[in-house]
Write a protein that binds this ligand. Structure first.
Ligand code: NAD
Length: 328
């Protein structure tokens, strides 16, 4: 199969590319990425000789046309997005542009090229926020609360429309919070780990009681790969770890693992419209596609923290901005 992976230089997209290179050497992987601040070619260094890399923008008709003219593409897995909620609160327009308009441009180019399969990688945040109880199922209404999640919900609805209207073979995956290596240090876990390693303060939003359902990035990618190969046309699949933790608990665990002072923890003003709780019911993908998370949270977090200790050069390159000058 010739598979286009959009956003393949980002955190999850690059994990997916590394997984495919390991488990499906028979496939040709074409990474299509604009290399925004979140794209980092160092994430692909290990597999660079096994992939094709195209720098391009999903919002550009010309870039997409060139991509689909150059390669006989069988499948598209769409990760490319603006992905940070805080940035969406400051600049919502950029999120609509990339996540909604860009997704429509990509869908249209993929339809024109007659691709056999298109996977839209989405998030549990499109379902909004839960109270103390309950889980998001694929039937939960879309009630996004941030400009980020609203733009992702818009993209999901466009993907659905391309299935309903044009009969494209489309799946949507909705996953909970990911963690793991190569995670950009603006997100909770890598921010806290890299700050702790530099003896800097560890800022927690509000009271830190917000609950997230954490999943190792490699378990997420195994789920997407199953959906790509065995998902039924038009179906949505939730992917989640059944692993709910408060933000405060996550930060305290990092502090304990690294043996730094608890006094580094500070509480800062809460994020606007901060969702209280996300939790995924992953029964459908487990039963129908045989997916199962392989990592326990304890081993996954310990391994991730260790990765940041062993790979200082990677994150120091990001913090200094040097990574943006590198090429593949
Ligand atoms: P990321 O921000 O690390 O990476 C995004 C990638 O997309 C970058 O490589 C960037 O250069 C690229 N990109 C951005 N705009 C582009 C454009 N216009 N054209 C081409 N490429 C562009 O994101 P991530 O955390 O790896 O998330 C990947 C996907 O998974 C996103 O769609 C996100 O919504 C979804 N998701 C993320 C999580 C999570 O916990 N991080 C959970 C569930 C779903």
């Amino acid at each position: 199969m010739n598979i286009v992976v959009t956003g393949g230089a980002g955190f999850i997209g690059s994990a997916f590319v590394r997984l495919l290179c390991k488990e499906h050497p028979e496939d040709t992987i074409i990474v299509f990425d604009k290399l925004t601040y979140a794209g980092n070619v160092n994430n692909l260094r290990r597999v660079q000789s096994s992939i094709e890399f195209v720098q391009g923008d999903i919002c550009s008709g010309a870039d997409l046309e060139n991509l689909f003219l150059k390669y006989d593409v069988h499948a598209v897995v769409h990760f490319a997005a603006e992905s940070h909620v805080d940035r969406s609160i400051i600049n919502p327009g950029a999120f609509v542009q990339t996540n909604v308009y860009g997704t429509q441009m990509l869908l249209h180019a993929a339809k024109k090229a007659d691709v056999e399969k298109y996977v839209q990688v989405s998030t549990d945040e499109v379902y909004g926020s839960l109270g103390e109880t309950g889980l998001f199922t694929e039937q939960s209404p879309l009630e996004p609360n941030s400009p980020y999640s609203a733009s992702k919900a818009g993209a999901d609805l466009l993907a659905r429309a391309y299935y309903e209207t044009y009969g494209m073979n489309i799946n949507i995956t909705r996953c909970s919070n990911n963690y793991g290596p190569y995670h950009f240090p603006e997100k909770l876990i890598p921010l806290m780990v890299t700050n702790a390693l530099q003896n800097k303060s560890l800022p927690i939003y509000g009271d830190g009681k917000q609950i997230r359902d954490w999943l190792h990035v490699d378990d997420h990618c195994r789920g997407i790969n199953l959906v790509l190969r065995t998902g039924q046309p038009g179906e949505v699949y939730n992917i989640g770890g059944r692993n709910e933790r408060t933000n405060e608990e996550i930060v305290r665990r990092i502090v304990q693992t690294l043996g730094v002072s608890e006094e580094l923890i500070t509480h800062v003003e809460d994020r606007l419209g901060h969702d209280f709780r996300y939790a995924i019911d992953a029964t459908k993908i487990e039963r129908e596609l045989g997916w199962k998370a392989m990592y326990t949270f304890n081993e996954g977090l310990a391994e991730t923290i260790d990765w940041y200790i062993q790979n200082k050069e990677w994150w120091q390159d990001v913090l200094s901005g040097t990574y943006r000058r590198r090429s593949l």
